[in-house]
Design a protein around this ligand. Structure first.
Ligand SMILES: [Fe+2]
Ligand SMILES: [Fe+2]
Length: 293
């Protein structure tokens, strides 16, 4: 059953009014980081379980999770800025009195706070804002200005649901820095609404696609998933623990633990997209290439 668009938006607006955070006020940015806590659960590190990981000291492992967190957070900012652009365009000629439009604008406000929160997190842990790399940056600019319909909303879900799974686990893990857990908790609570909003749009729009339309959205979506997944960990993070960036990246991409992590993080989403026909046909190979299915 697909819920009524306006009723869903009304509920999401009420939830936003009751349960939203201001990272300036709700996070204690002055608190010290703890020397023995990880920044991601260790088993989610891209090198976990490889000989390169075995060769790192405990302090180097913590350091690597710190740089991977910073990389993921900076890619999060990149994607949120694209998302804000998409939602602003989605609202451009929509009825401002519709709850659906008002929720789109509310989501822009959420993402705006998130991007500042992630930026402050990167600054606090003392890492560079690695970003997604030049190619992804260029492609993201195109996606931001041409994406529409099911592959736009499903593309948003790729970024939101993969990070959501990782953050949900991390916020409950006592081996992770309290500051990071708090940032994750705020993000998870607010993203649950975004996921609901985007999923319902996918449910509403996908069934009416023509055959060429479906092929277009499947191909566009698979490429988005590929680019987002490959962008998450910038190769320069490995230099922070004295590893060769490109050699370490090669090891990470072939690492069965990391491939399992990606598949696990995407599993709810890929089930949803498969059920709704957006993963299938020739572009399924692209999902497979980045271990998402
Ligand atoms: Fe966000
Ligand atoms: Fe979001």
């Amino acid at each position: 059953m697909i819920a009524d668009r306006e009723r869903t938006a009304e509920r999401l607006l009420n939830s936003s009014a009751r349960n939203s955070y201001d990272p300036d006020v709700d996070i204690d940015w002055a608190a010290d980081l703890l020397p023995d806590k990880y920044f991601l659960p260790a088993h989610r590190c891209s090198l976990y379980g490889t000989p390169l990981w075995d060769g790192l000291s405990e302090q180097q492992r913590i350091e690597l999770t710190k740089h991977e967190l910073a990389s993921i957070a900076s890619v999060g900012i990149w994607f949120e800025v694209i998302l804000m652009e998409l939602l602003v365009r989605h609202s451009y000629n929509a009825d401002p009195l519709a709850r659906h439009t008002q929720y789109a604008l509310t989501e822009v406000a959420d993402e705006c706070r998130h991007s500042v929160m992630f930026a402050r997190l990167i600054e606090k842990v003392g890492c560079p804002a690695y970003g997604p790399g030049r190619t992804a940056q260029r492609l993201g600019r195109i996606f931001g200005s041409i994406a529409f319909g099911p592959s736009m909303f499903a593309g948003i879900l790729v970024a939101e649901e993969i990070t959501d799974a990782l953050q949900r686990e991390s916020m409950a893990d006592p081996s992770v820095q309290p500051l990071v857990r708090m940032v994750n908790r705020i993000h998870v609570i607010e993203e649950a609404r975004h996921v609901r909003y985007a999923r319902e749009e996918v449910l509403r729009d996908t069934p009416s696609l023509s055959r060429p339309g479906l092929a277009y959205h499947r191909a566009m979506l698979a490429r988005t998933a590929f680019i987002v997944t490959r962008a998450l960990i910038h190769p320069r993070v490995y230099r922070a623990v004295g590893l060769d960036p490109y050699e370490a990246r090669r090891v990470a991409w072939a690492n069965p633990h990391y491939r399992d992590t990606l598949r696990w993080a995407a599993s709810k989403l890929t089930a949803f997209l498969t059920e709704n026909n957006l993963i299938g046909g020739p572009s399924r190979r692209i999902w497979h290439a980045v271990s998402l299915v």
